[in-house]
Design a protein around this ligand. Structure first.
Ligand SMILES: [Mn+2]
Length: 410
């Protein structure tokens, strides 16, 4: 037999750290459910297991629940077994699974509202639904007893949801599942959900499918597991099929090395196996920016990233003087130019950072002068970080920029 194992679709998730375009990320998760059903049909599988957290919470909009239900109902050729997870726990009459429409699903859709075994092609699915958001109990423990009542000639597939009990990698209250949970219960396969990166343990019998739709950058997720089981006791064969609607990619552009253009972004995301229009981009900008560039930077970012689906900008650039500004400053404001050179020299003494401007014949501050200045001002040089000098230079650069472009005397 073969089936698709997924989990953590988290339909209804909000992405509050993004701008208004985050709405498309919400919509994507429903789209991804439809893609998974497509894949199930194409691969002609015996069914689909959703091992928890199909929904973001029990409180999401009814319209979204109805749409997800409609997608499943429209695919009668794909039997689906759904397990309540910690996001959408089976915690009372108000939960999604006890309300319309899921309380009365069509014959090919089974919601595991108890630990009763579910016939699934040649196998029996043994579900342990999650009934609370947090618990220190291993939800796979009941499987040991549950599996005892299943005839030996049946393939046994367990299903539950929680963290993997890996030392130092989980919270004690995150329903930790023992890494030998599948073999401990004599299962052929244990389908679990919760962590978003796919992984397998217990000799390949205990598998976390990972989320089919990423929700963080460079997460290594965005696929479903296709599982093949030939007979009871045989090794499961697991392969992954990509199904994500969006790829989340982090790109760093050093403005000293590269110009920020649409092509820069396209090349960077292509190198990460993605296309801009299906990319959620985190753009980290580093390097020096002149005051003139700073004024047009937002527009440049907007132009360069306009092909991307959603963009999050992390601006770590520093403001420095451009060469023409520096030359003009030397000519017209020698006193200010001397201050800038002194700051750069101080930075060199304190952090070893190479000066970004040429002192061009001005007096260079000596180490003695720097040290006696700090002593006189009661400044502990050990406490002076590079960021302090960078902030000083940035402030001065902005002021020089203003002075040179007619914004007033510095
Ligand atoms: Mn979860």
């Amino acid at each position: 037999m073969k089936f698709i194992h997924t989990a953590d679709i988290q339909i209804g998730a909000r992405f509050t750290r993004f701008d208004e375009r985050a709405d498309i990320l919400r919509a994507a998760r429903l789209n991804t459910l439809k893609r998974i059903l497509e894949i199930a049909r194409e691969k002609d599988v015996d069914g689909l297991l959703i091992a928890g957290d199909m929904f973001e919470s029990n409180q999401i909009a009814t319209a979204l629940i109805d749409e997800a239900f409609a997608a499943l109902a429209a695919c009668p050729e794909v039997p689906v077994v759904i397990l309540p997870g910690n996001h959408d726990p089976l915690d009372g009459p108000g939960c999604i699974w006890m309300r319309k429409p899921f309380v009365n699903p069509p014959a090919h859709v089974t919601v595991c509202v108890s630990r009763n075994p579910v016939p699934f092609a040649d196998a029996m699915v043994l579900p342990v639904p999650i009934t609370q958001k947090v618990s220190a109990k291993d939800p796979s423990l009941p499987l040991v007893e549950m599996a005892e009542s299943i005839p030996a000639d049946k393939i046994k597939i367990g299903m539950t949801h929680g963290a993997l009990a890996i030392e130092g990698k989980h919270q004690p209250s995150d329903q930790p599942i023992a890494l030998n949970a599948a073999t401990r219960a004599g299962l052929d396969y244990l389908a679990v959900g919760h962590w978003h990166k796919p992984q397998a343990h217990d000799g390949g019998r205990l598998a976390m499918s990972g989320t089919p739709e990423p929700d963080d950058f460079d997460q290594d997720s965005g696929s479903v597991a296709l599982v093949e089981l030939s007979a009871p006791g045989e090794q499961p064969a697991i392969s992954h099929i990509d199904c994500a609607t969006y790829r989340w990619r982090s790109v760093t552009v050093d403005l000293l090395q590269r110009e920020l253009t649409r092509n820069t972004i396209k090349e960077a995301v292509s190198g990460k196996d993605a296309e801009p229009d299906s990319t959620v981009l985190r753009l980290e900008l580093v390097g020096p920016v002149s005051p003139e560039q700073r004024e047009t930077l937002s527009a440049a970012i907007a132009r360069a990233t306009e092909d991307c689906a959603v963009v999050l900008v992390d601006d770590r650039t520093s403001t420095v003087l451009s060469d023409p500004l520096w030359k003009a400053c030397l000519q017209e404001h020698p006193l200010l130019a001397q201050v800038l050179v002194d700051v750069e020299r101080s930075r060199l003494f304190n952090t070893g950072a190479r000066p970004m401007i040429e002192s061009a014949g001005l007096d260079d501050l000596t180490l003695d002068q720097f040290q006696s200045l700090c002593a006189a001002l009661k400044i502990d040089t050990d406490q002076l970080r590079d960021g302090a000098f960078e902030a000083m230079m940035a402030l001065l650069a902005v002021e020089v920029g203003k002075a040179m472009t007619g914004g007033g005397a510095p």
